[in-house]
Design a protein around this ligand. Structure first.
Ligand SMILES: CSC[C@H]1O[C@H](OP(=O)(O)O)[C@H](O)[C@@H]1O
Length: 384
């Protein structure tokens, strides 16, 4: 059955065909919906840094697609210079924003794959270039399939504990089609619940100071006529107390080995409020957001953004010049506050089980995901 809910295409933030990449300039949403060209890795670096594109998965996807564009347009003397360029540009893209791990994870996977192809005499320079472009392009379709699995796993887990009644979900920041290749992670769980007619209502926070919630998540929810209410960040305790919230579901920028999770600033206090109100707290993310090379959240570098992003909105001052500002873009939620679990494309895991469960997953048995060569190199990342 194709309900009108499914007829409306989800919003997209990335438009790609070989040799051509455009991204939705998210700084202009919701006032205007404009795409800008990304012609190489420098354009991508700048767009990520300025947050014209943002969201852990989208950052990695746009970074990798910008490299695919560069490889398509550039000639190389030999395999070594080709692979050197790939590795160098991937490392450069990682420097655009430090907290989300997805670009770094992609760098490890694709650098390892490029090196392996270089060392394999069966592949010419042109073979390596073609295969690497194809692998980088797989990020797009792989991400959408991954997000739909996250949505399915998360909705089933939440409904399983709600005696199948429609549920109310509270979410933070933007984790939808504007933070990924499409469908979204935490917002993908909301979409799946809506598709199943099991979403009573969604509450989204403004998410100051960049307002990913009021500008981006509300935009997605209105566009797809998903029943939702926008709240200020300061209202979450009252909403949890009075609005029958069934679960809180947020995204992630980096989940480390013990399950501690870096996510948008304000997530930590959401988790504290959820604990106080005995509401299950979930993190939703692809396994490419997992960084088992960090043991606890203490190791995560928290990006601090410019003060003007707090004190000025579209040119209007919200605070006097001269006031000191502290503007961390993320905080770390300790694993013990992630009481619902971590929702991935392979299932929902308690934080302290996540590492062992992921290490045991045989990805070749999950045919539901497009299988890029690089994905099977998950071990490379964890053995670094
Ligand atoms: C699925 S997006 C994950 C994550 O990224 C966002 O941060 P930003 O908008 O600064 O890139 C936010 O923390 C989301 O939860």
């Amino acid at each position: 059955m194709t309900s009108n809910k499914k007829l409306k295409m989800a919003l997209e933030s990335i438009k790609y065909k070989r040799g051509h990449l455009e991204i939705l300039d998210q700084l202009l949403i919701p006032d205007s919906h404009e795409f800008i060209p990304v012609n190489d890795t420098s354009d991508a670096w700048r767009a990520i840094k300025q947050m014209q594109v943002r969201g852990a998965p989208a950052i990695a996807i746009v970074g990798c697609l910008s490299l695919a564009i560069e490889l398509h347009n550039k000639e190389f003397d030999n395999k070594q210079s080709l692979v050197d360029h790939i590795c160098k540009q991937l490392e450069y893209l990682v420097t655009s924003r430090p907290t989300a791990v997805n670009m770094k994870e992609a760098t490890h996977r694709f650098s390892a794959l490029a090196q392996a192809l270089k060392d394999d005499k069966n592949y010419s320079k042109d073979d390596v270039k073609q295969l690497m472009i194809e692998e980088l392009e797989l990020m797009l379709e792989d991400d959408i399939a991954t997000n739909k699995a996250i949505g399915k796993n998360g909705a089933e887990h939440i409904l399983g504990s709600s005696s199948d009644q429609p549920v109310c979900i509270l979410t933070h920041c933007n984790t939808g089609s504007l933070a990924t290749a499409g469908y979204g992670t935490a917002l993908g769980v909301v979409r799946r619940l809506h598709e199943l007619d099991k979403l009573n209502h969604a509450f989204c926070t403004e998410t100051r100071p960049y307002n990913q919630g009021s500008r981006l998540t509300a935009y997605e929810l209105v566009y797809e006529t998903i029943p939702a209410t926008l709240i200020c960040d300061s209202m979450v305790s009252m909403v949890m107390k009075n609005k029958g919230i069934s679960a809180v579901v947020v995204g992630a920028d980096r989940v480390v080995k013990n399950g501690d999770t870096a996510n948008k600033i304000g997530t930590y206090q959401l988790a504290i409020c959820a604990k106080y109100h005995n509401i299950p707290f979930y993190v939703a993310c692809p396994v490419t957001t997992f960084d088992p090379n960090m043991k606890t959240g203490e190791e995560i570098h928290i990006e601090e953004r410019p003060h003007h992003e707090m004190t000025r909105v579209k040119g209007v001052s919200l605070a006097p010049d001269g006031i000191n500002c502290y503007n961390p873009a993320f905080d770390v939620t300790p694993a013990e506050l992630i009481t619902g679990g971590i929702i991935t494309e392979y299932g929902v895991f308690l934080p302290d089980e996540l590492y062992n469960c992921l290490m045991m997953i045989d990805k070749t048995k999950h045919e539901e995901f497009p299988r890029s060569r690089s994905r099977t190199n998950f071990q490379i990342f964890t053995e670094r």
